[in-house]
Design a protein around this ligand. Structure first.
Ligand code: FES
Length: 208
């Protein structure tokens, strides 16, 4: 078959065969590089992540240590809900983009379904259950009730935790910062106005 010349807009010419040969070499080089990277990554994995067997994992949740026997594939959300019976954090979708599973890990709001339980050993985890004790409830919860920031309630625990984590870092935030800071949580019932009003009130009080 004739090896036709292709002309680019800039006037340079390249043969189709030469181009395909070059592409093949590039793909092969990429495959080799990727394979090598995977081998290195596998070698660097902690020994505990190489075994699929259930193993001891100690989680510090709401100030208490819990020793679990779980497989490395278990997510933090699964461990909280299935092993510790802390069902405040919810699973809504399997792509972790709604925030109903928000918890605080070492001061940062995190989707619990995006972390393996084994990864967060030794870190301080706070769930919505940790924001109340008897009649002592976090100001965020009080503000949510006052501003009617809940309807079906499915997203609410995640929102409460996200607001608490946000206020701890941004106690005097303005409206724009609040909208941006809480952008990782979704509510199908549309309670955004109430959630925002609660956060605004708490920011006026210095994060309460
Ligand atoms: S209150 Fe129903 S999803 Fe938010």
């Amino acid at each position: 078959m004739q090896d036709r010349q292709q002309t680019g807009g800039g006037g340079s010419t390249v043969s189709r065969r030469a181009f395909l040969q070059g592409s093949g070499a590039a793909v092969a080089a990429t495959a080799v590089a990727t394979g090598a990277t995977e081998v290195v990554a596998e070698a660097n994995k902690p020994a505990r992540l190489k075994s699929a067997k259930a193993q001891k994992v100690v989680l510090t949740v709401n100030g208490k240590e819990h020793t679990l026997m779980i497989e490395p594939r278990v997510t933090l959300l699964e461990a909280l809900r299935n092993d510790l019976n802390l069902t405040g954090a919810k699973e809504v979708s399997n792509v972790s983009n709604d925030g109903a599973d928000t918890v605080i890990i070492d001061g940062k709001a995190v989707y619990a379904s995006t972390r393996l339980a084994i990864e967060v050993e030794g870190k301080n985890i706070t769930t919505v259950e940790g924001l109340s004790e008897g009649k002592n409830v976090d100001e965020v919860i009080t503000a949510f009730v006052k501003h009617d920031a809940t309807q079906c309630g499915y997203c609410t625990p995640g929102f409460v935790v996200a607001v608490r984590a946000f206020l701890d870092k941004n106690p005097g935030a303005n409206l724009e910062q609040i909208h941006k800071g809480l952008g990782g949580n979704l509510c199908r019932c549309g309670t955004y106005a109430g959630v925002t009003a609660a956060a605004v009130e708490l920011c006026k009080k210095g994060g309460a």
